[in-house]
Design a protein around this ligand. Sequence first.
Ligand SMILES: Cc1ncc(COP(=O)(O)O)c(C=O)c1O
Length: 375
Amino acid sequence: MSGDRKKHPGEAYRFPKRDVRLKTLPPPHLRSLSSNDYLGLSRHPQVIEASIRAIRESGTGATGSRYLSGNHVLNGALEESTARFKTSGAGKAILFSSGYHANLAVMSFVGEPSGMIFSDEDNHASLIDGMRLTKATRIVYPHNDWDFVRDFLKKHPARAPIIVTESVFSMKGDRAPLRELYEIVAMTGGLLVIDDAHATGTMGKSGRGGLEQQDLPFDPDHMIVTGTFSKALGSLGGFAVLSERAEKLLASVARTLIYTTALPPGVLAASLEALSLIEHSPKRVESLQESSRYWQCRLTGRESDSPIIALTGDPAHLSELSNKMALRGFHLPLLTYPTVSQGEETLRLSVNTSWDETVLSAIEDILTPKEKKGS
Ligand SMILES: Cc1ncc(COP(=O)(O)O)c(C=O)c1O
């Protein structure tokens, strides 16, 4: 008798209408077409071998925070490799348990003294949550509208303003105007925080990320770059790269570093091996960019080498395409609110270098717009 049921305290919250509980995704017989393992490195034999070796040598868990028992030697090795890969030695790296933790740490760290943060309206939840931890004034600017930020600062000058953006946006797959945003912070003595989660391993001629793609050097005085090993590197864990001074400060205050268990050795070893594979054979990245350019053009008409292809339009039609893909054995779910804004339902296809003929023909048959077929 539902009328007699006592209300659970959690029911006071307003839940989205969609059922967002965790599901087993994808069912074992479906292959995912929206995975972030762009280069297929999560199944690379050398990555698997390195991980198994580290587990055999050091066990499965880190057994504590890095400040207590968990500072395995692989942490330092991965920090060094990450700093070299992302900044050519101009900055230092700190590892976190995930990209989410890295963004929480960085945003709460930079927001406090600055007082003013400009945040792209499409920024990832982890950046938003990090900003919520500070008392800084947050100004959400229209997507990629650097003119808005520049004009705002002309009218309301601020000391050391912070601009935060993703380099490649996780849902739309488009990229941020990093050069223009950087010019604003360089001129105003501010800081540009770049979330390179989806660009690391996918963008720039050797996969170094958004800065390499836009031909900008890492500037430790005006930039912090964050990212994750959980996407193109096929592993787990986050990082921030920053100046030596900022690294020392952040490492001494970051709650998501100090008060949590460190990454386990098997995960660190996998990330290290994946990074080395990308550094030593940029052909992988080249081939991803070539396929991305081809499929972006074929499916959306866009000229882009972003591996994230966002198909939008009538949700009923998108849902039908998703079902057709499932019948062919592929999992390509329709993204709905709150993952994307209401009215922006999306099929998010992630290009992957390990796609074989069966995947390619399903995409060709089902997703390629009719009028484009044979063109
Ligand atoms: C843009 C962006 N930033 C940060 C993250 C968080 O990374 P992680 O999965 O390592 O926590 C994600 C992943 O969803 C992301 O898409």
